[in-house]
Design a protein around this ligand. Structure first.
Ligand code: ARG
Length: 472
């Protein structure tokens, strides 16, 4: 680790005469978080060494010792046996130093024709690829839960809101399916981010490429990348793939936050649309009647962290000239935290959706307070009495005022009362005043009629739950 006489770092300390300051030993290392990349780091090193041997840059025998040594190190780290050193800064140098202990001199040949700059970005891209695939599967699980509950409730009537005011009746299934679309776009965005991430920077070396006869196509293919990156400076100097992933996570978190905001409203006493299960609520230490939707609130709250990670990345990259700057070491913690956080939030939301009890009577009571079929009445006046819509709107508003004054629903008004506002109103108006009729009539593509919702559910199953990759 350090030179015996000066305390300088052995990896580069040739021209250093003194040891780093204590505070430098605190600010400089990344091993405290980039140890999480050890599997990717070892996989990329094995591929790099194999390529060097194929190209005749290192001897076959050295490559074999390097491969065996790296396998051993992966096992040691898997089992928690390797003690990392902050004086070795990062995962790359910790692995290399351990390799030296195990196989001796050939370990020093591994770093030929590469730099920690291309090594670090290669590891991160490999990690991101797996993280994206795992997150995609988690979101798919949430869509599946939403689709299942939506098909149970394709015909369950609830108030649809605009401005948080009762607008028109919709079905609970239709409402849940709106989120299936949002989470679907989140998956499409992730698929696009994955495409741009899945390219190999290995072999860009420090920034300029290398004079050794390396084969970047080979290492890219071996590591499952689509191709090598085009420009060595861009390879080590770009971080937009991480910013993009964190935007995908932020948008997902915002969608989750909106759904969880609705969950907290729906289970509140003013709404009583749903009840959450014991598994996703907590009691109060003082108020015995309470059942708090903590999981939903936490998902909503954690959105701030995820958006914060995106902000940290964008601001970190903003002023950086080409190419690698140590600032960029700050790319990993926000990325790890954001991915871990959204994964947890998706899983918690999935659990709540699966478990929640729907209370149709609560939805109906709220709906009836809001004259939700006023638009249907105005449409009836247009269709059946030939009245221009603008006038029909006015007549309907006066009928709503009447119902409000009587404290009843529109369908509970008697015909004479309505005719006192406009004598052209006839008996058949009652057919359109029931919310059931209102939702049944909205059969336009993407509308809320129960049969239309069932068709949408079928298409969503094909689109999001089939075993085929999501297109970006
Ligand atoms: N630990 C560094 C990182 O996480 C690796 C690259 C360091 N390169 C360098 N020249 N200091 O980005």
């Amino acid at each position: 680790m350090s030179d015996q006489t000066t305390g300088a770092n052995k990896m580069w300390g040739g021209r250093f005469t003194t040891a780093p300051a204590d505070v430098m030993r605190k600010i400089n290392p990344s091993i405290g978080f980039d140890y999480r990349l050890y599997r990717q780091d070892i996989a990329a090193s094995k591929t790099h060494a194999a390529m060097l041997a194929r190209q005749g840059v290192i001897a076959g025998a050295d490559n074999e010792r390097i491969q065996a040594g790296l396998d051993q190190i992966r096992g040691e780290i898997d089992r928690g046996e390797l003690k990392f050193s902050i004086d070795l800064e990062d995962i790359h140098m910790n692995v290399e130093a351990r390799l030296k202990e195990i196989i001796g001199e050939p370990a020093g040949r591994l770093h030929t024709a590469r730099s920690r700059n291309d090594q670090a970005v290669t590891d991160v891209r490999l990690w991101m690829r797996d993280a994206i695939d795992a997150l995609d599967g988690t979101i798919r699980g949430l869509q599946q839960a939403l689709i299942e509950r939506a098909s149970e409730h394709a015909g369950t009537i609830m108030p649809g809101f605009t401005h948080m005011q009762v607008a028109q009746p919709v079905t609970f299934g239709h409402h849940l399916m709106a989120y299936v679309e949002m989470f679907g776009r989140d998956r499409e965005r992730l698929a696009g981010a994955r495409q741009r991430t899945n390219v190999s920077p290995l072999g860009a070396a420090a920034l300029a490429g290398t004079a050794f006869p390396i084969d970047r196509q080979f290492t890219a293919a071996e590591l499952g990348f689509a191709r090598p990156t085009e420009n060595s400076m861009d390879s080590v100097g770009a971080r937009d793939h991480i910013c993009e992933l964190l935007f995908c996570c932020s948008m997902l978190a915002v969608h989750l936050s909106r759904l969880n905001e609705e969950i907290t409203l729906w289970c509140s006493d003013g709404f009583r649309f749903i009840a959450l299960s014991d598994a996703f609520t907590t009691g109060s230490s003082i108020m015995p009647q309470k059942r708090n939707p903590d999981a939903a609130e936490l998902v909503r709250g954690k959105t701030g962290r995820v958006v914060g990670s995106l902000t940290a990345m964008l601001v970190m990259v903003k002023g950086l000239p080409m190419t690698f700057m140590k600032d960029m070491q700050e790319d990993k913690e926000p990325m790890f935290d954001a991915l871990e956080t959204v994964g947890l939030c998706v899983a918690a939301t999935t659990g709540m959706i699966r478990d929640l009890t729907v209370r149709p009577e609560g939805m109906r009571a709220f709906l009836d307070r809001g004259f939700p079929t006023a638009t249907d009445l105005a449409d009836w006046l247009v269709r059946e009495a030939g009245i221009p819509f603008r006038d029909a709107h006015h007549i309907t508003a006066r009928i709503v005022a009447l119902a409000e004054a009587k404290g009843c629903t529109l369908q509970a008004l008697d015909l004479d009362a309505m005719r006192s506002v406009d004598p052209r109103i006839g008996e058949t108006v009652f057919e359109v005043l029931a919310p059931e009729h209102s939702v049944r009539s909205r059969r336009s593509y993407g509308g809320t009629a129960p049969d239309t919702v069932r068709e949408a559910i079928e298409r969503a199953r094909q689109r999001w739950l089939a075993d085929k990759p999501i297109q970006s």
